[in-house]
Ligand binder design. Structure first.
Ligand SMILES: Nc1ncnc2c1ncn2[C@@H]1O[C@H](COP(=O)(O)OP(=O)(O)OP(=O)(O)O)[C@@H](O)[C@H]1O
Ligand SMILES: [Mg+2]
Length: 390
């Protein structure tokens, strides 16, 4: 991940000296000679961290603190105070400054202060994203079937090795749940898990969604936006319904995976990231490759490990455990008093073929609980197609 430091100082020499030092340390640098320019830069979201001089030609530096405080990704502000102006520094810290340095700036201190500020920035980025991605119920039932056990075993190994994983399986078999499981069970568990549904995003928007854009990249791009690839740095990017991705975008994704770096839309700098890629599809990718709708090279990049989730009808011995789990969970959510399923009811569930797989099972049980006034779900409460096929 890269960080841009905004240096607010009216002395051009000072900006240049500090700027050169920071560029040498791998930071991006931008400058402002007064408060007005600093505000413009903040409005464009050009800066991750601000180095702020106190005395500026058009006002008092710390007044900028109130403005950064209101910004969503609150950039940490490091104040640069004249030697001995401790009172002012204390005041600034109370008002939310991240740190203060005294003039003349010691570069070693500056570097340490920036290290901490970078940590704060990356934490804020993650938190913002976590809040945005809705908290789903992510319980994962493995069951007894051999097929499922071996999938889960491979999933754990893939998580441990941080390799790309392609998750396939019919609709409702639990591809998203498995992706979450990989995240939780591997070394990236404390890092972000960023899902993106490629089918739900307009093809023209997908690139900027993934890679982000620079201010002015296109009409309406009035400030820089980070892409999900960058937000996922250190963690996992889950590309759901990957078959919906356009061929053009597939080529860009492949390049980003191979180079472990990409450019924001409208940007020139390569941004390096360390992201584990998980992809899911309920369409058969080899068929799409034959029809020239999916790139073969990307397919092989993604499926370093291919986890195929069996349809529920092939693991019917797991239905009782799954059904019991859904009864308890949905009962709790609905505040009902249902505790069990009758033997006849369970037999019907086990015999049914479940074209919609686990999602359909969960929906059938939710419906049954809505119709059930007793403590036990019976045949009469189940959807009619389930009773009639059994
Ligand atoms: N092993 C499991 N344990 C508990 N719940 C599960 C399991 N697998 C799937 N589910 C539940 O079934 C539903 C469908 O799962 P999920 O969304 O992961 O399926 P999917 O394979 O991604 O489907 P689609 O291809 O339609 O996107 C969810 O409500 C999920 O919570
Ligand atoms: Mg899904």
């Amino acid at each position: 991940m890269s960080y841009t430091i905004l240096i607010v100082d009216d002395e051009e020499n000072a900006r240049q000296n500090i700027g050169e030092f920071l560029l040498g340390k791998g930071y991006d640098v931008t400058g402002a000679a007064n408060l007005a320019e600093a505000r413009e830069s903040l409005d464009r979201a050009d800066a991750d961290i601000v180095l702020l001089d106190v005395q500026l030609p058009d006002g008092y530096g710390p007044s900028l603190l109130y403005e950064t405080e209101r910004m969503m990704l609150r950039p940490p502000v490091i104040m640069i105070t004249a030697y001995g102006d401790i009172e002012m520094a204390v005041e600034a810290m109370k008002n939310g400054a991240h740190d203060f340095l005294t003039k003349p700036i010691e570069f070693s201190r500056l570097e340490k202060s920036l290290d901490r500020a970078c940590e704060a920035v990356s934490m804020r980025r993650e938190l913002t994203h976590l809040r945005q991605s809705q908290q789903k119920d992510l319980h994962f039932i493995i069951g007894k079937s051999q097929g499922m056990k071996s999938v889960v075993d491979q999933a754990r190994r893939a998580a441990e090795a941080s390799v790309s994983v392609l998750i396939t399986g019919e609709t409702g078999t639990g591809k998203e749940v498995l992706a979450n499981y990989i995240h939780k069970s591997g070394p990236r568990a404390e890092k972000p898990f960023i899902p993106i549904n490629c089918a739900a995003i307009q093809p023209t928007m997908l690139e900027s969604e993934l890679f982000g854009y620079e201010a002015g990249a296109f009409t309406g791009a009035d400030r820089r936006k980070l892409g999900l690839m960058e937000v996922a740095d250190g963690g996992i990017l889950f590309l759901d319904e990957i078959s919906s991705m356009s061929l053009d975008m597939q080529a860009k994704l492949l390049r980003a995976i191979e180079e472990r770096a990409f450019r924001r839309v409208g940007g020139i700098k390569m941004i390096k990231v360390d992201v584990q890629i998980l992809a899911a599809s309920n369409r058969d990718l080899p068929t799409l490759i034959k029809e020239n709708e999916f790139r073969e090279d990307l397919y092989y990049r993604l499926k370093v490990v291919n986890l195929h989730l069996p349809p529920l009808r092939e693991r019917s011995q797991d239905i009782p455990e799954l059904a019991g789990f859904f009864v308890r969970r949905i009962n709790l959510r609905l505040g009902a008093n249902v505790t069990d399923i009758s033997q006849r009811g369970l037999e019907a569930l086990v015999k049914y073929k479940w074209p919609g797989n686990i999602r359909e099972l969960s929906n059938a049980i939710e419906r049954a609980l809505l119709f059930c006034d007793d403590a036990v779900v019976d045949l009469v409460h189940l959807p009619s197609d389930i009773i009639h096929t059994s």
